[in-house]
Unconditional design. Structure first.
Length: 255
């Protein structure tokens, strides 16, 4: 797959083979991936897709920076990324460090297949992986980007410091919304479709319904990450580590 291998610790542990999935655990990963990768597993062969994770084990200790994000299309195709221009790939047996076209601190990953993956981070850098190599995209901004998510390869958002960008499959364009005000900082983005998108921000949570962005009523004011499973089932984490749930009507703290 065109990976460039550096001197990193390798593992043949089966833990990551099955334990990363399903994707429902990924909204917790930014808080688990600092200085290493921890994987949940109930047995040496790992849990099934519907089993709860009851135990975490240390699987990888990178020698450059901390890890911020993870995404995978399957148990034999997993990407993790972080500061120090670091993206690692797991093929089901080994980790490999991938060659990047630029120096950047990577804050988030999102993809649609093994040959369609996006990475965002410092100085407005956006990278795209086509299955063989990472290439830099023209973002039109030099602001720090914290999050990336899309409903399809032609509907992708990148968000960050006073910036929301949208990719239509051809180019990135800035999204303007008067209601956001200034300054605004968006730290996470997720959704269930092109008409059900959520933003975690320094002033609460915003929702896109296909026509416009609206601020939602929340118990807290600053949110870090967000993950939506359906229009009536979403989670957000605030800056103090509190977990909040949306039931389709209201956001409430999970005790």
């Amino acid at each position: 797959m065109g990976h460039g291998r550096d001197s990193i610790q390798r593992t043949t542990s089966p833990l990551l083979n099955r334990a990363v999935f399903p994707h429902r655990f990924f909204f917790l990963l930014p808080f688990l991936l600092f200085g290493g990768l921890w994987m949940g597993c109930e047995s040496p062969t790992g849990p099934s897709k519907n089993d709860p994770v009851t135990e975490w084990s240390f699987d990888l200790d990178p020698d450059r920076g901390g890890l911020w994000s993870a995404w995978g299309s399957g148990p034999n195709d997993i990407f993790v990324a972080g500061l120090g221009s670091l993206i690692l790939h797991f093929d089901g047996s080994d980790w490999a460090s991938m060659s990047l076209p630029t120096e950047m601190g990577i804050r988030d990953l999102w993809g649609f297949s093994a040959s369609d993956v996006f990475a965002v981070g410092s100085d407005g850098h956006i990278l795209h992986y086509d299955g063989s190599a990472w290439e830099e995209m023209e973002s039109g901004t030099n602001r720090l980007l914290y999050g990336v998510w899309g409903s399809s390869p032609t509907d992708v958002y990148a968000v960050g410091s006073m910036t929301v960008l949208h990719f239509d499959g051809s180019e990135w364009e800035e999204v303007s919304e008067a209601a956001w005000g200034y300054p605004f900082f968006f730290f996470g983005i997720h959704g269930t479709s092109s008409t059900d998108v959520y933003l975690a921000a320094n002033d609460g949570i915003w929702h896109f319904d296909g026509t416009g962005w609206n601020q939602m009523s929340t118990e807290d004011s600053r949110y870090w990450r967000i993950w939506a499973f359906s229009p009536d089932h979403a989670f957000a984490i605030n800056f103090s580590g509190g977990l909040h749930h949306f039931d389709g009507s209201v956001w409430s703290r999970v005790e």
